[in-house]
Design a binder for this molecule. Sequence first.
Ligand code: HEM
Length: 175
Amino acid sequence: MSDASASNTAAPNAGANSGIANSAGAASAAAGTPKPRLTLRSGPTGDAVTETVWSQVGGTPTFEALVRNFYERVRVDPLLAPMYPDADWEGAIWRLRSFLEQYWGGPAEYSAQRGHPRLRMRHQPFPITPAARDRWLTHMYAALDSVELPPMHDAAIRDYVTRAAHALVNTPEGE
Ligand code: HEM
């Protein structure tokens, strides 16, 4: 895992560490055999599923579609749009898309180009009020609706962006 795993929004989900435990783990460890890695199997004796969320949802084209749909909404949002660099929507699309791809187990392009994500710090220049957060999330939820991910992946990503957005509020309401 890259740099990004150390961020304040650390990735829980790269590779086999998907948080879905093989229930046989505890029993075989007790019997003295090496504890298996946390693994989701395709059946009781099937192959380990080591794919990432990133690959399971369709990789780059899916994240590209998600982020483009999201920014189409942000661009016409009177509260959010003025915060974004008007001449560089393509850059903003690349930054969010590559960050999300990296977070969900895809290529670590974001950190290769931008370094450590440090999202709190990078959002300091923008007045993120609870209202701005809620609008951001409304657009992200609508964009997630548009790409129709499998329900578990959809729920995981929704949960993550919700928590991340709450953590990025840096300005009380009304300022
Ligand atoms: C809570 C509401 C949020 C607001 C109002 C907001 C606003 C912004 C703005 C104005 C930018 C600068 C655009 C650019 O040049 O890239 C930005 C960048 C970025 N945002 Fe947010 N954001 C919010 C939440 C989030 C969340 C929840 C995430 C991640 C899950 C996120 C990830 C990013 C990333 C990766 C960048 C690019 C950072 C960089 O490399 O410079 N943002 N955001």
